[in-house]
Design a protein around this ligand. Structure first.
Ligand code: FE2
Length: 265
């Protein structure tokens, strides 16, 4: 049983301006470097790697220089998604030209790419209309999603930073999802039969939601994880959280997602 396509999702790396920058007592540069070493050592290399946002913690030029140094070690194509801690213009500089068209460098970082006949739609959920770190998709973005889903097309995957729905942990539900995730879900439903899944970050925790035949996968952070529990009314980091990334296999008729944890080193 061999996958038709494999990709790795890394997310929420929160690099700071220096290699020894500390994120809640952890070392984001060191753990992202370790993740990249492990991905490069995979006996069967993935078709690509996607980083689903919060590559930087502080939007500094220095953090993106460190990101470029680390991600530049990858031996496979890289795609980037904008997160609430990111700078769109600096992310665009790291992407290949087709995904970073000339024009407004601060426009939402939305684009499409295709690999092995599979279509991937990248959406930028950051919005000035909502209180950070909530996200929102614009009417134009939702129209773009509908244009993808209402026509016939190949298998489709959506990549964005924000999970679409509250998930049952009060503080995080109040602050983290898309405010209009129900509209995204409605826009995706016409294509549910050919929709491989929606891959998000932002939660710093591996979590999945299944609704109406659509699975929303939230990937684990490469540096630190939140707790996610019904009694959590204030933000809380999980002291036992291991850094991790996801390996995603597309087989005929099924999607398999594995989380790989690793030592902080
Ligand atoms: Fe985030």
């Amino acid at each position: 049983m061999q996958p038709h396509l494999t990709f790795v999702q890394i997310t929420d790396s929160h690099l700071g301006p220096t290699r020894d920058f500390s994120y809640y007592g952890h070392q984001p540069y060191r753990t992202l470097a370790r993740a990249i070493d492990l991905i490069n050592a995979m006996p069967q290399p993935p078709d690509f790697v996607v980083h689903t946002g919060d590559l930087s913690n502080d939007r500094s030029a220095e953090s993106y220089e460190l990101a470029a140094e680390l991600l530049g070690r990858l031996r496979v194509p890289l795609y980037l998604v904008n997160g609430n801690h990111d700078d769109r213009a600096l992310l665009r500089k790291m992407l290949d030209a087709p995904h970073a068209p000339d024009g407004d460098p601060d426009a939402p970082l939305d684009y499409v790419f295709e690999v092995k006949g599979e279509r991937f739609l990248v959406l930028d959920g950051w919005s000035p209309e909502v209180r950070d770190p909530l996200g929102k998709l614009s009417a134009a973005q939702l129209a773009r999603v509908r244009a993808e889903t209402e026509a016939n097309g190949p298998s489709l995957t959506v990549l964005l930073h924000y999970p679409p729905f509250p998930m049952g942990s009060p503080w995080l539900d109040q602050h983290m999802p898309l405010v209009n995730g129900e509209e995204l879900h409605a826009a995706l439903r016409p294509a549910h039969a050919r929709l491989r899944g929606v891959f998000c970050g932002h939660l710093h925790r591996s979590s999945q939601i299944t609704r109406a035949g659509i699975t929303y996968f939230c990937g684990p952070s490469t540096v630190a994880g939140y707790t996610w529990r019904p009694w959590e009314h204030t933000p809380a980091l999980d002291p036992d959280y291991p850094p991790a990334y996801s390996v995603v296999h597309y087989f005929d008729g099924q999607v398999v997602v594995h989380q790989y944890t690793f030592a902080r080193g």
